[in-house]
Design a protein around this ligand. Structure first.
Ligand SMILES: Nc1ccn([C@@H]2O[C@H](COP(=O)(O)OP(=O)(O)OP(=O)(O)O)[C@@H](O)[C@H]2O)c(=O)n1
Ligand SMILES: C[C@](O)(CO)[C@H](O)COP(=O)(O)O
Length: 231
């Protein structure tokens, strides 16, 4: 079955607080988004990539980032949306209604997904129609109420933290996004939209290296992982 990747890189990176959008910041001399795209271009299961990015950045991406990539003809650009969900939706429109394979949605700012994780989640997507990488919650979880006071401690039993890639049959993902738009639902990930349709989503155990670079602390953490991902 064909696999298309949707890489979302349309965000503003407000929590990073940098002058440059975080997806273009360099890690070990290589822009984060380039690192992420290289992971997918190197994956034999993925035959094309739709990159959702701010339309104003298209010419920068083409002139400054594409030359750092192999086989850049496999990447098509789509305009980013106001929210992450809108970026995925726009990428699905760009992919077109005739695509019948699997879609692997991934954050442009998760450069440390390993080839093995990518393979395992794609295989699970192929087998079950919907699968995501996730890691079991590994700290004690508190519900915090008013005045930053603890209102309760949650059981960690059965709680996982969702990562990307999230892999779905394309028709399923498209239907989930259409339904969410009709109902005015905004999810922080794609699996939540598929879950709302009552479709089971499999969880594939990921690794804690597959961080989403969100705040300046994550850049320090990412520097520690660089020896494992030299390119
Ligand atoms: N309108 C948006 C918002 C987010 N994203 C992408 O979704 C991924 C995960 O989102 P997040 O870490 O929240 O990125 P930002 O929205 O850029 O960050 P912030 O919320 O701090 O502004 C990122 O690769 C980001 O570029 C996107 O494609 N389109
Ligand atoms: C999709 C995601 O990466 C799963 O963890 C995440 O939900 C998106 O990030 P955000 O920080 O919630 O925007």
């Amino acid at each position: 079955m064909q696999i298309a990747a949707i890489i979302v890189a349309g965000g503003k990176g407000l929590r990073m607080g940098a002058d440059t959008r975080k997806q273009y910041l360099e890690l070990g001399g290589i822009p984060i988004l380039v690192r992420t795209l290289r992971r997918f271009l190197a994956c034999p299961q993925v035959d094309r990539i739709v990159l959702a990015a701010p339309a104003d950045d298209f010419s920068f991406i083409q002139s400054d980032l594409f030359p750092l990539l192999p086989e850049r003809h496999r990447i098509v650009l789509a305009p980013g949306g106001a929210e992450r969900q809108g970026s995925v939706y726009n990428a699905l429109i760009t992919l077109g209604p005739d695509f019948e394979g699997l879609v692997a949605v991934h954050d442009g700012v998760r450069p440390f997904v390993s080839p093995e994780e990518l393979r395992r989640v794609c295989e699970a997507g192929q087998r079950f129609g919907a699968a995501i990488l996730a890691v079991p919650a590994f700290e004690t979880l508190k519900r915090v109420g008013d005045e930053e006071t603890i209102a309760g401690t949650l059981s960690r039993e059965g709680l996982w933290m969702a990562q990307t890639p999230q892999v779905f049959r394309c028709d399923l993902l498209a239907a989930a996004h259409e339904q969410a738009r009709e109902n005015g639902v905004l999810g922080t990930d794609d699996a939540s939209l598929v879950e709302r349709m009552g479709v089971p989503v499999r969880v594939v155990t990921g690794s804690r290296c597959n961080i989403k670079i969100t705040t300046p602390d994550d850049l320090d953490l990412a520097a520690l992982f660089l020896p494992r991902f030299p390119f």
